[in-house]
Design a protein around this ligand. Structure first.
Ligand SMILES: Cc1cc2nc3c(=O)[nH]c(=O)nc-3n(C[C@H](O)[C@H](O)[C@H](O)COP(=O)(O)OP(=O)(O)OC[C@H]3O[C@@H](n4cnc5c(N)ncnc54)[C@H](O)[C@@H]3O)c2cc1C
Length: 620
């Protein structure tokens, strides 16, 4: 009934969808397992993609040839470029999505790919022979073989849902949990742990008094995620902002004695940066209000998501508290918030390809690795799908460095540092923030995606054209000069210092108060020059000229470090033979088995002198 597949993907969440798509697009025969075909690409929590650092990840996925950006563009209902007032390194795209259409678009995308088959059932275990994954067992009893397995089970493994004192098994509300895999893998030597996350109640938008709360509009000229020709957003839905108050806090406190978190029924650690409302009230007792974003769930639905009000308190307490929030006095609840506890595998059991160290051809991606968030999951799925396929094709793996992409930072952090609380991406985790911008992800990554057969010819050609155009514009900006008489009056109007001699506009552009849009209004020759360039090329050129010194400095640092990154440690290297290593360094390196000296430097517990000793031992 089943042919032998190249890649079996278990789970059709954000990680599983990207993994299946990437491997199939690169030529692998893929079978995608999910427990519920109507929930492919389901957004379990907030109907939104992107945000600070996460938006950069979506752009990177897109640049490599993944689909999250395209699916987001086709289904968004609002777009905002966050941090526009800060430097370009901080600009972060974010959209509100239509939850139902997002999932539908993902399913259609996968169904259009002839290399992907689907099977709806629970996978209950792996088929493992001679230390290698060779397939999976399903709940209905099939044994289905494949050359590699990508496990992306999200919040489902041994999932327990908590609402006040009620607790029941499930992977998400209304969906079964999945059972069997953790127990089996533990017998093979894997270490497993528990984490938790939570979600807010959803309410009926028809019962909200929008007239008395603050409206938050999308951007006037909304941008998008994909570098491809996805449809522009022509109309948008607004979000709204309101606040909790002391009365709300008092009501919520009445539920604390039934709180699964405070009463110790939840053991797993939750996302520190995404605390529940009860956690916020408890931890920040001096704050008399907390901000709440009211976010529509789609174009047509009246359901709204109460961002900032994640809770697992009893449902009647949630309801009473909600009705004391300004604008929500008559709110009706569609469903209560809840917390979920689930199994994960500490990610320092992985290689940088996301293949497990213990079982060959078995890959883990997404929430199973201790991360939180759609974007974090999607990019791991993408990389696991790519690497599973490359291995089947007997080609070299694709490993992104920390200086290549936020995706590289994320995987490097997970594998080398591990995580015991849900890991989410922040710009502060990246040391090369000026290089890893949202605007240049295509220039950084599309050549890599193209080389492995994932990014299409069209995508590659677009990137090349953008790069050529922006380089040309940078040259022209350096050459085009303006005379003091032509521009000084206009500069004075902008409170910008006068020029004394004919100066290239590149020099003026470096001033913080000036940008290309302003300069083109100051002098006809600048306007004429820019007529030949589209907005993307202008943005690239402007960012490069403004941040040239910083960009070059980071690039020099990255190049220096890349010598260490490229210095490989033999896969079977016997660390016990290096007697001078510190005990901690020895144990950590034996556990992580770094592939390069660069990776060894980032393992917590490995000291600089351990690295020196290793270098000497390896002949450097
Ligand atoms: C209640 C809740 C609250 C959350 N809150 C936040 C938040 O505030 N912020 C945030 O960033 N993220 C939050 N998340 C996390 C976010 O949903 C996940 O990070 C993201 O969905 C993970 O993607 P994934 O692909 O790893 O797994 P999921 O999206 O969970 O998908 C898992 C998939 O695997 C399938 N599956 C599981 N086990 C099996 C099996 N054995 N056999 C076959 N199929 C299987 C499931 O059917 C599903 O399709 C929350 C999630 C939940 C459930």
């Amino acid at each position: 009934m089943f042919p032998e597949y190249d890649v079996l993907v278990v789970g059709a969440g954000h990680a599983g969808c990207e993994a299946a798509h990437a491997a199939a697009q690169m030529g692998a025969k893929v079978l995608l397992f999910t427990m519920d075909m109507t929930k492919v690409g389901q957004m379990s929590c907030n109907p939104a993609m992107g945000g600070v650092a996460k938006g950069q990840i979506v752009r990177e996925i897109d640049a490599l040839g993944g689909m999250s950006g395209i699916v987001s563009d086709k289904t968004m209902i609002q777009f905002r470029m966050l941090n526009r007032s800060k430097g370009a390194a901080m600009w972060s795209p974010r959209c509100q999505s239509d939850r139902a259409r997002f999932a539908e678009e993902w399913r259609l995308t996968l169904e259009r790919n002839p290399n992907i088959d689907f099977w709806q059932d629970m996978v209950v275990g792996m088929l493992i022979e001679g230390g290698k994954a060779v397939g999976v067992k399903t709940g209905m009893g099939q044994e289905i073989r494949g050359k590699s397995v990508v496990l992306t089970s999200g919040t489902f493994m041994n999932g327990i849902i908590h609402i006040g004192e009620k607790q029941f098994g499930g992977g998400r509300i209304g969906e079964k949990g999945s059972y069997g895999i953790t127990e089996q893998l533990v017998t093979f030597g894997f270490e497993a742990g528990r984490m938790k996350t939570g979600t807010p109640p959803r309410i009926d938008g028809r019962t909200i008094n929008y007239a008395i709360i603050e409206e938050q509009f999308g951007d006037e000229n909304p941008s998008k995620f994909s570098y491809m020709d996805t449809p522009a957003l022509t109309k948008q839905r607004s979000c709204f902002i309101t606040y909790t108050n002391e009365k709300v806090h008092e009501i919520l406190k009445t539920g604390f004695e039934k709180s699964p978190m405070f009463q110790g029924r939840i053991q797993g650690l939750g996302p520190r940066y995404c605390p529940s409302i009860e956690d916020k009230i408890n931890r920040f007792a001096d704050r008399d209000r907390h901000q709440i974003f009211i976010e529509p769930e789609g174009w047509d639905t009246v359901e709204v998501y109460i961002n900032g009000f994640s809770t697992s308190l009893p449902d009647d307490v949630q309801f009473k508290a909600l009705q004391c929030i300004e604008g929500l006095e008559n709110a009706k609840m569609f469903r209560p918030g809840y917390a979920i506890e689930y199994d994960y595998f500490p990610p320092n059991q992985l290689k940088l390809t996301l293949e497990t160290q213990l079982i060959e051809n078995l890959y883990f991606a997404g929430q199973i690795n201790g991360t939180t968030g759609y974007e974090e999951a999607a990019c791991q799925g993408l990389m696991a799908g790519i690497n599973a396929c490359l291995k089947v094709q007997e080609k070299a793996p694709l490993i992104l460095k920390r200086s290549d992409a936020y995706i590289g930072v994320l995987i490097d952090d997970l594998v080398n540092k591990g995580t015991d609380e849900p890991y989410r991406m922040f710009t502060s985790r990246a040391e090369y923030r000026i290089i890893l911008r949202q605007d240049n992800a295509d220039i950084r990554l599309t050549p890599l995606g193209y080389a492995i057969g994932l990014a299409t010819e069209e995508r590659y050609a677009r990137m090349q054209e953008k790069q050529a155009k922006s380089e040309q514009l940078i040259k022209e900006i350096a050459q085009l000069k303006v005379k003091p008489d032509d521009i000084n009056l206009k500069l004075a109007e902008m409170n910008s210092a006068q020029i004394r001699e004919k100066s290239p506009i590149g020099l003026l552009l470096k001033r913080p108060e000036l940008d290309l849009a302003t300069l083109r209004k100051m002098h006809e020759s600048i306007d004429n020059l820019l007529q030949d360039y589209d907005l993307e090329a202008q943005e690239q050129a402007e960012i490069f000229v403004k941040y040239e010194t910083y960009i070059e400095k980071e690039q020099r640092m990255a190049e220096k470090l890349s010598e260490l990154e490229d210095f490989r440690i033999p896969a079977n290297f016997d660390y016990d033979r290096v007697k001078a290593l510190s005990n901690e360094g020895l144990q950590k390196m034996k556990k992580v088995r770094p592939e390069t000296i660069g990776q060894a430097t980032r393992i917590s517990g490995v000291s600089a002198s351990d690295v020196q000793i290793l270098l000497i031992y390896l002949g450097r």
